[in-house]
Ligand binder design. Structure first.
Ligand SMILES: [Zn+2]
Length: 164
């Protein structure tokens, strides 16, 4: 059996016990969106005490705010009622401590990889992108956090609230 078949087999067991309650409303119950890294060591729901149906989780390399994150949050915050955004980067990230040139050389891709020199600076930049986007007016508060993959602890780095 190959690795894709493993997934399909696991899904058969999952679907057999799947609870369809709460599937009618797509709006996240905590009105929350979390932007975080794709890193396999982060269990976003467990780390933040979240449950299915409570939050949007938008993941990419580094947990950086990109055009595609803005696209998703535009929908989250207008159509789907999200008013709180968390940007959660993490320790030992593959995008930290490397340069754009190194990442381009290693991948052969001429892309903007958004490497991270300093988490506090990267989070301030990313939070500023969210709070400055006119179409994200529905977002009332934003936090920029760093998750420690070794201890599981969060560092609270940046906070923003929309002025009244
Ligand atoms: Zn990462």
């Amino acid at each position: 059996m190959n690795r894709i078949d493993d997934l399909l087999e696991a899904n058969r067991a999952y679907a057999a016990g799947h609870d369809r309650s709460g599937t009618d409303d797509p709006r996240p119950r905590r009105r929350l969106a979390v932007v975080t890294c794709m890193d396999a060591r982060i269990d976003v729901f467990a780390a933040l005490g979240l449950h299915l149906g409570e939050a949007h989780v938008i993941r990419n390399a580094g947990g950086r705010v990109t055009e595609d994150v803005l696209r998703s949050l535009a929908l989250s915050s207008t159509v789907l009622g999200v008013d709180t955004a968390v940007v959660m980067q993490h320790t030992r990230c593959g995008l930290a401590g490397v340069s754009e040139a190194e990442l381009r050389a290693r991948t052969g891709a001429d892309l903007d990889f958004l490497p991270i020199d300093d988490h506090a600076a990267a989070l301030r930049t990313d939070v500023a992108q969210l709070t400055g986007a006119p179409y994200l007016r529905g977002i009332e508060r934003v936090a920029g956090l760093v998750y420690d993959v070794e201890t599981g602890e969060l560092e609270d780095v940046v906070r923003w609230e929309r002025p009244a």
